[in-house]
Design a protein around this ligand. Structure first.
Ligand code: DAH
Length: 355
């Protein structure tokens, strides 16, 4: 048997066996590599006599092609075998239903806080924050609230220690104190956030939300307070005119103090804000008490101003027609889907502030 025939038969036999890709590569190198068996046969051609050359070269080419074809088809075979194995292992059940895609909604309280913040920011208020866990001084004493004041009562306030030094803030007013202690006047801030009182029924929840307002400068009067609140309420309820009344009231931290009511009527079973002969209380306010300014080292002969505190949940209920406050904090997705806001579909008076 000629050398060529032997090489061919040997390798065809080898290629019949079960081989891996690595084995095939080895065979390829043995045949066609720099010193491979076939490559060396090609090198021989030059030294063969003219008469033999043609026959040898054509036989060599045929064998080379045959082996190459065999190797290629073997590689294809191994590769498709591997793919099939993989497919079997990683088989995907295309009959499974797809996972449902749940889009979140913005809670009405978050939405309302954003709306309030953007309305006040347009008239120069910046946003301040304070912690939910407050000390007794910021929450009461600095705000001119006497020791015997009913708000300090255990029944209203969640105290966090026996000495009653730490508590869950009962209003956002301590942020007034924090702001004035850390900076110098003028101040023009709002402070939205969570507040806590021991209270629970259809219109009260132990945790609720308020937004505090504080504007201190030279020559600030009650006229500014009225103008500011009037502007805010009209913007918030998206009405051109609003009936509003300031009712004398009392808060330890303001003098004089007032509560603000807005007019409304019921039309076709729906509450219409701004018109009518019914009144709805929506906030407390007043001119900041000189004692409060003294406590935060602001010279009250030079600086004065107003403050207000608004219940956010109440505003959200009024604007969006939600009648049970407790549902706000139940974390019921069906409720949130109904009353929540699409992040990309915001109400008309939303000016794209925070978040
Ligand atoms: N802190 C008061 C409350 O929770 C609301 C309030 C009233 C805040 C008058 C003020 C204010 O800043 O001036 O009931």
């Amino acid at each position: 048997m000629s050398d060529l025939k032997k090489i061919k038969d040997d390798f065809l036999l080898k290629l019949e066996k079960k081989l891996s890709l690595a084995d095939i590569n080895e065979i390829k190198t043995n045949l066609f590599g720099k010193n491979g068996l076939i490559s060396s046969q090609f090198k021989k051609i030059g030294s063969i006599s003219e008469s033999e050359k043609r026959k040898f070269a054509s036989e060599l080419n045929l064998i080379k092609n045959e082996l190459q074809n065999k190797i290629n088809s073997k590689i294809n075979e191994i590769q498709s075998e591997e793919i099939n194995k993989k497919l079997e292992k990683e088989n995907v059940d295309i009959t499974l239903p797809e996972r449902t895609f749940v889009q979140g909604k913005i809670h009405p309280v978050s939405q309302t806080i954003d709306e309030i913040s953007s309305i006040f920011s347009e008239i120069g208020f910046s946003v301040e924050e304070g912690p939910d866990v407050e000390n007794e001084y910021n929450n009461f004493t600095a705000l001119n609230t006497p020791d015997n004041h009913p708000a300090r009562d255990m029944h209203d306030t969640f105290y966090l220690d026996e000495k009653k030094e730490k508590l869950l803030r009962t209003h956002t007013s301590p942020v007034q104190i924090r702001t004035m202690l850390k900076d110098k006047p003028p101040f023009k801030i709002i402070a939205p956030g969570r507040t806590y009182r021991s209270d629970s029924d259809q219109t009260h929840s132990p945790m609720f939300h308020q937004v505090e307002g504080l504007h201190i400068d030279k020559n600030i009067t009650m006229g500014h307070l009225k103008g500011c609140l009037n502007y805010f309420i009209k913007e918030f309820f998206e009405v051109k005119k609003i009936k509003m009344r300031f009712r004398p009231s009392h808060f330890p931290f303001t003098e004089p103090s007032a509560e603000v009511d807005i007019g409304y009527e019921i039309k076709d079973g729906k509450m219409v804000i701004g018109e009518g002969d019914k009144w709805l209380e929506i906030l407390g306010c007043g001119m900041v008490h000189p004692n409060v300014l003294k406590n935060v080292k602001v010279d009250s002969s030079n600086y004065q101003g107003y403050a207000f505190g608004i219940g956010i949940d109440r505003l959200a209920m009024l604007k969006y027609g939600i009648n049970d406050l407790r549902a706000f904090f139940d974390c019921d997705y069906r409720w949130l889907n109904h009353f929540g806001f699409d992040p990309l579909d915001v109400p008309t008076n939303y000016r794209g502030l925070s978040r």
